[in-house]
Design a protein. Structure first.
Lengths: 303, 141
């Protein structure tokens, strides 16, 4: 009997190990297993290496486009708006590192449109430091910095380089099943770009900028959907999602009208013109509350 | 014995994982062919594995007075990728099905529109693989 017990135990352990590894293998290599949480609709599909909600992926408009709007409206440069690069050493958790990696990316594009070369170099160094600490520095190697040096003063190339680098970092993080960090980079990019718009809207009352803020209703919903599966990763994640949900209530009060109009297509140019029209109605008091809440979220992020 | 099986399983796992990574890198290179430098990436790379009889859906917002390029590609063998773009009222704005299933298309938005991009692979039998989507906007001159 004893002998049987001794021979059975290792067999069970072996089976358990092989089964365990097989499950791990299937979930990480495109199998169909979906990790079900208490809410069946809200799940993280580890096989896809990406956040999913009923097989839906959520994306945000480019944070660099905020800078393009600022540029096209000839708004004055304000050196106090971006998060100082000197704070980089304050960020100790992966949450804060990812968050501020996104924030610095938006700040970089802000400096870039005003041709602030020295600031661009300083912020690229801060970006490199955070990416080193997050283990994604392979996209910020010596060649990357050589490219930066070569392209200083060339706004288009620097913007292209920044967006390309962030895209690769995004892929790297998602592919390595670190979606919670990639979500934070996205959150940082969005929070900082809307923060810049809010600060500028408050001082200039520029209608295009105010409309652009009002148009963040759906992107904010998408950001919440991206972050929600990570709600329980740490109290920092829960607090951020709660703050964003609270902000979303303010956006719910914005009137957003949409009128469908048939598009026009030019097959030769592979171009379709979407003629549908949208209209945002955002009052000054709504802008004030949104600015206040968003500034609080942003200031918490950069502390 | 346990150690040996563990090492073998670990190596097998690493091998498969490496294959998935190289598949994605290969797919990234294919997609990049349709993404010229005049389009600035939104800084995100969207990819998902194909599953039988399932579409992949992407939700995003496009700003007014901007031109965007959407690139959608797959590494599924013998499969052609179809992408449809809808507004939030489910009006079909575009399908590449009418244009030789082109892997990319440019979109000029007069106003800001939130869209749903639905992707599926047209194949007689299910083909395993990934789909990838890139979105970029054209810089205002």
């Amino acid at each position: 009997m004893d002998l049987n017990l001794h021979t059975e135990k290792p067999r069970l352990s072996l089976t358990a190990i092989v089964c365990g590894l097989s499950i791990l293998l299937l979930t990480s290599c495109g199998g169909n297993k979906v990790n079900e949480k208490s809410n069946k609709d809200l799940s993280i599909d580890s096989s896809s290496l990406i956040l999913k909600y009923d097989n839906t992926l959520f994306s945000l408009p480019s944070p660099y486009q905020a800078s393009a709007i600022i540029k096209s409206n000839s708004l004055p440069y304000n050196s106090e708006l971006p998060n100082p690069a000197s704070r980089v050493s304050n960020y100790n958790s992966n949450f804060k590192k990812g968050y501020n990696l996104g924030i610095y990316g938006t700040d970089l594009s802000y400096f870039n449109i005003y041709d602030k070369s020295q600031e661009c170099i300083t912020y690229f160094a801060a970006v490199k430091r955070l990416s080193d600490e997050l283990g994604i520095s392979s996209y910020f190697d010596d060649n990357f910095f050589k490219n930066i040096e070569t392209n200083i003063g060339n706004q288009d190339s620097l913007l292209l380089l920044t967006s390309y680098t962030y895209r690769n970092a995004d892929m790297f993080l998602k592919r390595d099943d670190r979606s919670e960090i990639s979500a934070m980079v996205l959150a940082g990019g969005w929070v900082e770009s809307v923060y810049l718009l809010c600060q500028l809207a408050t001082t200039t009352k520029d209608r295009e900028i105010i409309n652009r803020i009002g148009e963040q209703k759906y992107p904010l919903d998408n950001l919440i959907d991206i972050l929600s599966p990570h709600y329980y990763v740490s109290p920092e994640y829960s607090e951020l999602v709660d703050d964003l949900v609270d902000l979303a209530y303010e956006f719910d009060g914005i009137i957003f009208n949409y009128y469908y109009k048939p598009p026009k297509i030019d097959p030769k140019k592979k171009l379709i013109t979407i003629n549908s029209e949208s209209q945002v109605v955002l009052s000054e008091s709504q802008l004030e509350v949104i600015t206040k809440k968003l500034t609080a979220i942003r200031n918490k992020a950069v502390q | 014995m346990v150690k040996k099986i563990f090492i073998l399983s670990f190596l097998f796992f690493l091998g498969i994982s490496f294959k998935a990574h190289s598949q994605l890198e290969q797919l990234q290179n294919i997609c990049a062919l349709y993404f010229p430098p005049e389009f600035i990436s939104d800084g995100q790379q969207y990819f998902a594995p194909l599953k039988p009889d399932q579409d992949v859906e992407f939700r995003t917002t496009f700003y007014g007075d901007n031109v965007y390029r959407i690139v959608a590609c797959t590494n599924a063998k013998k499969g052609e990728l179809i992408f449809n773009v809808y507004d939030t009222e489910k009006n079909l704005l575009f399908t590449n099905e009418n244009y030789d299933k082109s892997p990319y298309w440019n979109f000029e938005f007069k106003s800001t529109v939130s869209c749903i991009i639905r992707i599926k692979v047209d194949a007689k039998r299910f083909q395993p693989g990934y789909v990838m989507l890139l979105i970029g906007y054209q810089q205002r001159k």
